[in-house]
Write a protein that binds this ligand. Sequence first.
Ligand SMILES: Nc1nc2c(ncn2[C@@H]2O[C@H](COP(=O)(O)OP(=O)(O)OP(=O)(O)O)[C@@H](O)[C@H]2O)c(=O)[nH]1
Ligand SMILES: [Mg+2]
Length: 183
Amino acid sequence: MGTVVSSIIIKPKHIHKFLILVLGLSSSGKSTFLSQLSSKIIVKTPVTTFQVKTANYMNFQFKSWTIGKEITNRNPWRQYMNNAFGVIFIIDSANVARFDEAKDELQGLLRANELAKVPFLILCNKQDLGWTMSENWISENLGIQNIKRPWKVVGVSMLRKDSLVEGIQWMIEYVEKTNGDNV
Ligand SMILES: Nc1nc2c(ncn2[C@@H]2O[C@H](COP(=O)(O)OP(=O)(O)OP(=O)(O)O)[C@@H](O)[C@H]2O)c(=O)[nH]1
Ligand SMILES: [Mg+2]
């Protein structure tokens, strides 16, 4: 039948080639980030407590879920981690009490074999609040100075969209430059 052949030959208009993971502790600002990228957020709610939210932007697909020490079953993450081209790690800069937990989670992701080579963009969110940890302080205290992969730390406000473009642009340019059409 023609439809099968045409679906092979004619590519759909929106091919989201590059998967980027958007991760962070609860309330760090992941959902706010996704809604700044797209007005259409797809929520996948499986039987387990693992909820994935997806937003498509240009030829990128952003998938987000909550991480943290209370989450013990990490097996469902693997399917996405294996296919990821980059990680955006979001930190709530106003939450000093959970900084160490965020740092531990980030270090765990950096050790994951599935993510061995992918770039990490760390967004220090909520910089619009007056009492936040600064981008510089966070950068110096995350233990990332010597990691052997591309990384960048940017202070942002998801609510005001401050510096958001700068961060996303870095990730998009890096992923496109290093992967081209070899997907
Ligand atoms: N002041 C300020 N508040 C923000 C900012 N970004 C997000 N928030 C607020 O922080 C709260 C949590 O944001 P979410 O985007 O829901 O956080 P999340 O990471 O998706 O949280 P979970 O889904 O629970 O994991 C909300 O009340 C947001 O409005 C920001 O840049 N500045
Ligand atoms: Mg959320």
